[in-house]
Design a protein around this ligand. Structure first.
Ligand SMILES: [Zn+2]
Length: 207
């Protein structure tokens, strides 16, 4: 029995787990995937349990296109700039700010109108922020390419480097270690963990 448990799962089965987790939201598949990634971490000699767990989360996040917590600010800022809803919201804001300027130029008489516009602008800005925040939690798809609706997807996109996804960089992964109280110098992180992370990802990702 022990022998069977220690057998690494064939890559085809892992690919199936990735598909189920990513596209069907199958939690059990995701749980098993995490366990399999953890075993791969043992194979490549990630030395302690805590680091293996953190490395597992990073690898699962890359395989499943789930943003790491350390990527969210950046993804959120992209949604504010390029998201489909953001474009509508920004158009509204522009009109309201233009109206506000006109009202301000009238002088003191229209304070109630000014107050109403100031309040609406604040509400719209808050809604835009919430929209970007929510989107940044869902996946790592590039909002700029998504807004292009697949027409000229990714060509020349400087937000995603032409991949359609905001990939986890070494910097994001290292920041994730730091957030969890494991500070490393970039060199030590690159040589000890990032190369192992990329190796396991290349073995398991759907090719
Ligand atoms: Zn893009």
């Amino acid at each position: 029995m022990e022998h069977i448990l220690l057998q690494p799962m064939p890559v085809e089965q892992i690919e199936l787990l990735i598909v189920k987790s990513k596209y069907i939201g199958d939690n059990e598949a995701e749980f098993i995937l995490h366990k399999e990634i953890y075993l791969r971490c043992c194979d490549v000699l990630v030395e302690n349990e805590r680091i293996r767990t953190i490395v597992t989360i990073i690898i699962a996040s890359i395989l499943l296109d789930q943003p790491l917590v350390t990527q969210r600010q950046y993804i959120k800022s992209l949604y504010k700039r390029f998201g489909t809803e953001a474009n509508k919201s920004k158009a509204n804001l522009m009109k309201m700010k233009h109206d506000l300027k006109t009202v301000e130029q009238r002088g003191n008489g229209s304070w109630y109108l000014k107050a109403a516009l100031v309040e609406r602008i604040a509400a719209e800005e808050l809604a835009l922020d919430r929209y970007a925040e929510e989107q940044s939690l869902i996946n790592n798809h590039c909002p700029r390419c998504a807004a292009a609706q697949g027409d000229e997807i990714s060509v020349g996109c400087d937000a995603c480097g032409g991949t359609g996804k905001i990939a986890v960089t070494m910097r994001d992964a290292k920041a994730f270690f730091n957030v969890l109280g494991l500070p490393y110098t970039p060199y030590k992180f690159a040589s000890e963990y990032w190369s192992k992370i990329l190796f396991i990802v290349s073995e398991l990702q759907i090719k």
